[in-house]
Design a protein. Structure first.
Lengths: 217, 374
């Protein structure tokens, strides 16, 4: 069993999640009042959705080549694939949170102001509790998408065992070496983890389930 | 005391000037889109005017005087309670928490905050609703919670934006009583935006009429309904008998008719000035037979509204319409029917003469320059 690659995939997904969600909340919040630039910013942030992973990977490879982050090289390193993963996941993290922000009635924000709340207090006590479903969706999508990311990670990180060889690359390697049983097991594990993550986000915490659990109609 | 003088042209024209004394309930009335709500929003700091000032007690909330440093306090620093038309309760907080959150910066102890919030719920007679979520409350209950939230941090001004418009009539009557009883204890300026004139005259000490972003007149309901400043105010306060004429040294004509009314000349209106004039219902008498000062008229509309009938006459030899309300018994006595002829007398003592247009309306200048056309 290739536990190293599963561990690496989970590590990459969790790191991405830890950095991406606060960043996603900040970006989505800023986008609310982005004014005339909003359409362009949204288009730029949505690019990873439409560009082939190999194209993105190529640009990262060229862009990261020879660069370091606090002394750590960005190409063929975990830091490099984490950075690439963050950029690739921008739309998956930002869009659900942005949609959640947009569902808040503007009058609710105004009510927070006239209640004397500072912008931070309004965000912490009013907006954040109202967008948590969006944050959960963003987390599930980002986590599952990072686990399954292949093209970008391969281009930027190569396939260095324990450093950049994630589960999806390990599956590819196994198929290349005709180890279909090994590839099947890894695929099944990835499928299970992704399914659980999405189901948790969409099922367990859906509004309907919430009402059933709290006994409200 | 709340005092403001604001003006702007973008995004909508606004030219408002008003004062509201402590303990006074001051209504802003006007048609939809006239700038009533925008005025409240500017006061609360949710919108910014281009020019002018807003002063509450001795504190400037806003001052765009170029000579001084511009002052524009953020909403949170303006001590005002704001009641929204659609309540705007925080949907994830229960009634008690909705009120307690307004006390966040006033009291740092959570228990104390909740206790104060409960006291407000008690004052508004909804103690038992403290744990209910906003979506589990009726419109009237939500509005009470919203009122408690607006008052909880003891604001220096209370701003009410059409608070009763989305509420059924019996609940509205209850809320009127609640507002009246709370008013006594508060002793702060209260501004009420409403498009309902009856509501304004029932609740307010003074009313400011706003039209197209301009404050046209501020007066007590009684003065406003009997002595509107101009014909537009008269229209807006629902006066139906607004006539045009020419004033000349105490003689007032009616839309070109030869008949002239002798009214008091206070020396304020130049001779030959084209004016508008109104007369209350009590100043109109209708007779079956002609009298020395009456004008002959024909009944053009007759609609019965239970015990009261609404009648419209057209004065013979003109297109001047006169509206009149009378009891069914009076209609019977005068044998009024559609097309029948009656004689109308106006009590000149009750005539109120006004300029045709507001003082700041450019069309007024054109008209005053063209009085010879009459």
């Amino acid at each position: 069993m290739d536990f190293d690659s599963i561990y690496l995939s989970l590590k990459l997904a969790l790191w991405t999640l830890a950095i991406m969600i606060p960043l996603g909340i900040w970006c989505a919040y800023r986008l609310l009042n982005a004014g005339a630039m909003k359409a362009w910013l949204e288009a730029g942030l949505a690019l990873p959705l439409v560009l082939p992973p190999t194209v993105l990977g190529y640009y990262f490879l060229v862009g990261f080549s020879g660069k370091t982050f606090f002394g750590i090289p960005l190409v063929f390193s975990f830091t490099g694939i984490l950075l690439a993963s963050l950029i690739v996941n921008l739309p998956f993290a930002i869009q659900p949170i942005q949609r959640a922000f947009e569902t808040i009635d503007p009058q609710i924000r105004e009510a927070a102001k006239v209640c004397g709340l500072s912008p931070w207090q309004a965000f912490r006590f009013i907006e954040l509790p109202l967008i948590w479903r969006g944050i959960l969706s963003a987390s599930a999508l980002t986590f599952a998408h990072t686990l399954g990311e292949f093209g970008v990670v391969l281009m930027v990180g190569g396939a260095i065992p324990g450093e950049t060889k994630t589960a999806s690359i390990a599956i590819y390697d196994r198929v290349q070496s005709f180890d279909t049983a090994g590839a099947g097991t890894l695929s099944l594990i990835l499928l299970g983890i992704s399914l659980i993550a999405i189901a948790l986000a969409y099922g367990l915490f859906s509004p309907r389930t919430q009402h059933q659990r709290s006994g409200k109609r | 005391m709340l005092k403001l003088q604001i003006s702007q042209t973008i995004p909508m024209p606004l030219q408002i000037q008003l004062e509201c004394l402590p303990g006074e309930l001051h209504a802003l009335v006007g048609p939809s889109g006239s700038g009533k709500t925008s005025t409240l929003r500017v006061i609360a700091g949710l919108m910014q005017a281009n020019e002018g000032f807003i002063q509450c007690d001795n504190t400037h909330w806003f001052d765009a005087d170029q000579a001084k440093v511009n002052i524009n306090l953020p909403t949170a620093d303006r001590s005002c309670g704001f009641l929204f038309q659609q309540y705007a309760l925080f949907p994830h907080l229960n009634a008690l928490e909705n009120i307690a959150i307004a006390l966040l910066n006033h009291c740092h102890d959570t228990e104390k905050r909740l206790q104060l919030a409960q006291e407000w719920l008690d004052k508004l007679g909804i103690s038992e609703l403290s744990r209910r979520m906003p979506q589990e409350l009726s419109g009237g209950q939500q509005q009470r919670v919203a009122l408690a939230r607006a008052l909880a941090r003891q604001p220096k001004v209370l701003l009410l934006d059409e608070p009763f418009s989305a509420i059924d009539n019996p609940t509205r009557q209850e809320l009127y009583k609640t507002l009246a009883s709370i008013r006594k204890d508060l002793n702060i300026p209260i501004l009420l935006v409403t498009h309902d004139l009856k509501e304004a005259s029932l609740l307010a000490d003074r009313i400011t009429v706003i039209d197209q972003g301009i404050s046209l007149q501020t007066a007590s309901p009684r003065v406003l309904f009997h002595k509107p400043r101009n014909s537009r105010v008269a229209e807006l306060v629902g006066i139906t008998n607004i006539f045009k004429g020419v004033f000349s040294a105490g003689a007032l004509s009616l839309d070109g008719l030869p008949h002239v009314f002798q009214v008091v000349d206070k020396g304020k209106i130049p001779a030959g000035q084209k004016v508008a004039w109104v007369i209350p219902q009590s100043g109109i008498s209708v007779f079956a037979q002609s009298t020395p000062n009456s004008l002959a008229a024909t009944v053009t509309q007759l609609s019965s509204l239970g015990q009261i009938a609404s009648i419209q006459f057209v004065i013979k030899g003109s297109a001047v319409l006169v509206n009149w309300e009378a009891s069914s018994a009076e209609i019977k006595r005068l044998a009024i029917q559609l097309g029948s002829e009656v004689h109308i007398e106006f009590d000149a003592q009750q005539i109120h003469i006004m300029p045709l247009r507001p003082i700041n309306d450019p069309r007024r200048l054109q008209e005053s320059g063209n009085t010879s056309e009459l």
